[in-house]
Design a binder for this molecule. Sequence first.
Ligand code: PLP
Length: 473
Amino acid sequence: MIENAPESTAMADSPSPDMPAAEFRRYGKTLIDWVADFLENPRQYPVLASGQPGDLHRRLPANAPIEGEPMEKILQDFNRDVLPMVTHWNHPRFFAYFSISSSAPGILAELLTAALDVNAMLWKSCPAATELEQSTAAWMLDWLGLPSAWFGMIVDSASSAALQAVVAARQRAEPESRSVGQSGRLVAYVSEHTHSSVEKAAITAGIGRSNVRHIAVDAEFGMSAAALAEAIRLDLSGNLKPFFMAATVGTTSSTAIDPVPAIAAICRQHGLWLHVDGAYGGALGVLPECRHFLDGVDLADSFVVNPPKLMTVPLDCCLFYTRSPEAVRAAFALEAEYLKTDVRGAVDYTDYGLALGRRFRALKLWFVMCYFGREGLAAILRRSLKMAAWLGEQISGSSQFELAAPVNMGLVCFRSRQGDDATRELMNRINNAGMFFVSHTALNGRFTIRVAIGNIRTRWQDVEELWAAISKP
Ligand code: PLP
C-alpha cells in the first residue's frame, strides 16, 4: 500500500496542479500579443545576441526554485535575462547559415501541438498525426513533381534523415549487418561539399570515417561524376563494397547542385543507394522555373527536404522520402510487447527510424501548406530568390568585391578583391554593428562571406541596407 494515499474521493478529485484556466487565458493573451509585436516589428531587436559566454548562466540562480514562481516573474526574467542572449533566427536581417523563418500559421500550429502533446509513434497512438504526416508528405511530392508512390515521413532534422538513409542502405547491402554488424568493407561517397551530417551519419552507423570518400567538385562546386566513377572503380578493385552515395541539391557552402542524373546512372550500375540531400534547395522545386534543380531526383533511393529552411515552417520538421520503405523498416523495426497493436493496414512510423517518441510535426506543415497554398509559397520563394539575385548583381558589378559562386538560389557568396583578411574584417564589421548577421565558408580555400536570404519578413530595404553596409568605404 502506498503511504499517504488519498483517503477520501474529495482529495482524489482535487483540482489539477496545472495553471488554472483563467491564468492560462490571461498569460496566453499576453504572450500572443508579445509574439504579434515581435512579428510586426522584429527590427526592434538586434539580430545578434549580446553578452559573453557564461553571462546568462551566471545571472540565473544556481538551483531551480523550490517553490513555484508567479508567471509575472518568469516573464520578467525572460525579458531581462534570456531575451538579450537570444540570437534572432526569425529576424528579417538574419542572413547567416541558411536563414529560416517561422510564419504565423506555423507558430499557431505549434501552440496546438504543444497543447495536444501527441506522440506520433504508432498509428494507434494518434491516427490523426500519422495520417496528416502521410498526407502532407504526399502533397509535397505532388508540389515537387516527384514520384507519388514514394514513402514519406517527417523526422526532426536532415541529419536524422541522413542516418536513416545510411542505415537502410547498409541493410540493403548487408542484411546480416543488423545481427552481427557490418563487414568493414562498406564504402560511402560524398562530395567535398556535402553537408557534414552525412559523414556523421556514416560514422554513427559504424561505416567508419576512413570508408567515406570525398569526391572532388567542378568549378561550380558540383560533384564530378567522372571522379565518382573512378573512386568506385578503385574501391571495387580493392575488394571493397561501395554501397551509399549522397548527392546534394543546394550545398551548404554555395548552393551548388550535384549532377544527379549522371550520379544516379553510376549508382544504378554499381547498386549503390542514392540519397539526395535537398534539405535547403529541394523546396525550390515548387517553382516551375527551378524545377530542373530536381532533375534526376526521381531516380533516388531517398530524398530530403527541410521545410523550416525555405518554407516558413518552424523548426523542427524534415521530410524524408524513400522508394524502399521495406529496407528502412527492415533496418529499424523491433517489436516490443508494449508497442504491439491489433491494427492492420496502417503505418507505424516508429518502425522507420530511430525515435520512438515523435512530435506531431505534420500539424505545422499542414497549417503552412494550407494557409499559403502552392502559389503563396511560390511567391515567398520567388521574393527571396529575387533579392538574392539583386544583391549578387550589385556585388558582381562592384570593383571592391567578387562573387565566389553563382547565385542560383537564395544565397550570395562573395569576397573582397583585397584577399581573405579584408573579407574577414568586412564580415566582422557587419556583424559587430549588430544590425545584420552574415556567416562565412571557404570556397577554393578562400574565406568567403555567405548571405542567405530566406526569411519571410525580409524586405527589399533590409537587403539594400545590407548592401550599403557592405559597400560603405
Ligand atoms: N544538408 C544541408 C544541405 C544543410 O544545409 C544542412 C544544414 O544546414 C543539413 C543537411 C543538416 O540539417 P539539419 O540541421 O536539419 O540536420
